[in-house]
Design a protein around this ligand. Structure first.
Ligand code: ADP
Ligand code: NI
Length: 217
């Protein structure tokens, strides 16, 4: 298969996987991340095939999106970080093992893991996909996604008695049950300063300002 054919098959696969999601991680989130990543690639000397695969597969193994998987999963703290479903798909597509390993490494380290937790993304391709995902977490779409996720996860909208927390470990961040407004202070407002590429930093400025206006009101 040519790289183009692999991308097309991957699109068809993730589309069916994420079609029914109502937690803010539906197919169009994946699509926007893929398009954001391609736009950033215009300004960076990156391997575009790796970027595209990682963008398209980045949420496939996100366990918080699968409350009742076919096979019961161990508790979050005990789970291996390997993105097993993405890895299996890349094997099925006969993607070069070095490319596949890189894509899986990107997926493993992509997620935000708490305000005080170091970012482990190291390659340019990983930085691009991380920025692309984070651009979709902020601005108008980011606000909508945060509340969609809050509803999905059973969180209250806003609790004035509960101050935001700067989580120092992934375990702390993951186990938080706090109100969705806190998520803005615990993650979304921090993303602008943490963008890896110049292109994403520029796009983030306006989206950040929009969230500040929203929170003020
Ligand atoms: P990442 O995109 O870094 O992997 P997540 O997968 O945890 O981070 O979250 C992606 C999106 O899901 C967030 O940008 C947000 O919209 C929503 N989300 C995740 N956790 C929360 C939360 N605690 N409260 C509200 N929204 C959340
Ligand atoms: Ni995502």
């Amino acid at each position: 298969m040519t790289p183009e054919q692999i991308i097309q098959k991957t699109i068809a696969y993730v589309k069916t996987e994420f079609e029914r999601d109502s937690s803010g991680h539906d197919w169009w989130h994946i699509y926007r991340v893929w398009k954001n990543a391609l736009a950033i690639c215009q300004h960076e000397p990156a391997d575009v095939f790796t970027v595209e695969l990682a963008a398209l597969l980045h949420d496939l193994d996100d366990l918080k999106l699968r409350p009742s998987p076919p096979t019961p999963l161990p508790p979050v703290e005990e789970r291996d970080e390997t993105p097993v479903r993405a890895a299996a798909w890349l094997r099925q597509m006969e993607v070069d093992p070095a490319v596949s390993a890189h894509v899986c490494e990107i997926i493993t380290h992509l997620s935000f893991k708490g305000a005080g937790v170091a970012n482990k993304i190291s390659s340019l391709e990983g930085m691009i996909v991380q920025d692309a995902d984070r651009l979709d977490a902020i601005g108008a779409v980011g606000i909508a996604r945060a509340f969609a996720y809050g509803g999905h996860a059973g969180r209250p909208l806003y609790d004035p008695d509960e101050p935001p927390q700067m989580h120092q470990s992934f375990a702390q961040y993951k186990s938080s049950r706090s109100a969705t407004i806190n998520h803005f202070y615990e993650k979304l407002l921090l993303l602008k300063e943490r963008m890896n590429t110049k292109t994403a930093k520029l796009i983030a400025e306006q989206r950040h300002a929009y969230m500040e206006t929203f929170l003020d009101q």
